[in-house]
Design a protein around this ligand. Structure first.
Ligand code: PMP
Length: 353
């Protein structure tokens, strides 16, 4: 008899990023900024002078301290992960028992559903309004009636770029106290509605953050889970001991030691996003090639258009990669030149439709 894979992994396919070379990459919501040379030099010196024959600090103590100081949270509430992706998989995989329901708010970041399937966690979908906003009242009712054990959503949302206010999330935490809220704030450095400060008051809240977006360190894979003591103890107990490597810890520490750089970087990216958003609105007004350009609280702009596929392929043919999502396009804010190139190429394309 031949070995056969189990049912839940049998039909999975490996993650397929855009492959091949494109002159302009605006498809993955990365930062277009690189670290200043002095920060880079300091980080590399620290990394290379660390004892590389030894395992990393399992609690990434100095990195967590730097994060905590920058975001004004208690280090006791923070767990570092190998990207927030690792933390998502850990939480989805360990916080829910067979038969318990985790609610997905769709559309949202696809990895939540992916990990739920991998770990055999039962999910149900709560659909956003036609405008792609979350109706908070309706979601609370849904969570109460379905007796959901948890709900997971990104805020601001990838892909819609829309942000719930802190007040709205606060209200849900209060109204559904026995449901675990996993609030993924991967893009919250571009908005000002974080619920990080609420982890002290709510034992049903986990906030996820990442260094991959505004902080510009997607390559080194650092994310954080922030939660009260009970949940933090559980996350630390289920994580693998040496999940964040020493080199990444050192680079992360050096970056958090330079808060001015971080604040400046976020501002620059927001200004690039505004430029891209206004350029897309102008194209929309002129040619009506899109159905809607969503106002963004992130580092990308989301567009609804019936010509999504044609525009995506037209851009690829011009060596510009963006993200195609059915009837939508998601374009990451880039450098001035990159924004200009994508706007010029889109103008050529929308004129045809
Ligand atoms: N959450 C959201 C909403 C994201 O968009 C992403 C990355 N695209 C992640 C988490 C994963 O980020 P990381 O690089 O920290 O794994």
């Amino acid at each position: 008899m031949a070995y056969s894979l189990n049912q839940k992994i049998k039909n999975l396919t490996p993650y397929a990023p855009i492959v091949g070379h494109y002159d302009i990459r605006l498809d993955a919501n990365e930062s277009f900024l690189t670290l200043p040379d002095d920060v880079k030099k300091k980080a590399m010196e620290e990394a290379l002078s660390s004892p590389l024959n030894r395992y990393p600090d399992p609690y990434a103590t100095d990195l967590v301290r730097g994060f905590s100081k920058y975001y004004c949270v208690k280090p006791e509430y923070v767990t570092a992960g190998n990207g927030s992706d690792e933390l998502i998989s850990l939480i989805v995989g360990t916080f829910f028992e067979a038969g318990e329901e985790l609610v997905m708010v769709v559309p949202d970041f696809s990895m939540y559903q992916f990990y739920a399937e991998v770990f055999g966690v039962k999910t149900t979908a709560f659909t956003k309004d036609e405008s792609l906003h979350i109706d908070v009242e309706r979601l609370c009712q849904y969570l109460i009636q379905s007796k959901a054990r948890g709900v997971m959503f990104s805020n601001p949302c990838n892909p819609t770029s829309i942000c719930l206010s802190k007040r709205q999330v606060h209200r849900m935490l209060r109204e559904v106290p026995d449901c675990l809220f996993i609030v993924d704030e991967a893009y919250m450095d571009f908005a000002d509605e974080s619920v990080l400060s609420l982890v002290d008051d709510f034992d049903n809240l986990i906030v996820l953050r990442t260094c991959s977006k505004a902080i510009g360190l997607a390559a080194i894979r650092i994310g954080f889970a922030v939660a009260g003591e009970k949940i933090t103890r559980a996350i630390r107990s289920v994580k693998s001991p040496y999940n964040v490597n020493t080199v990444s810890q050192k680079i992360g520490e050096a970056v958090f030691a330079d808060p001015e750089f971080l604040m400046h970087a976020a501002k620059k990216i927001i200004s690039s996003r505004e430029h891209l958003y206004k350029g897309l609105l102008a194209l929309h007004a002129r040619y009506r090639g899109f159905d809607e350009v969503y106002e963004s609280a992130t580092n990308f702009v989301f567009i609804r258009t019936k010509y999504a596929k044609e525009l995506y392929e037209g851009l690829l043919a011009r060596s510009i990669a963006i993200r195609f999502m059915g009837g939508y396009l998601r374009i990451t804010a880039g450098t001035q030149e990159e924004n200009k190139a994508v706007l010029t190429a889109l103008e050529e394309l929308v004129k045809e439709y």
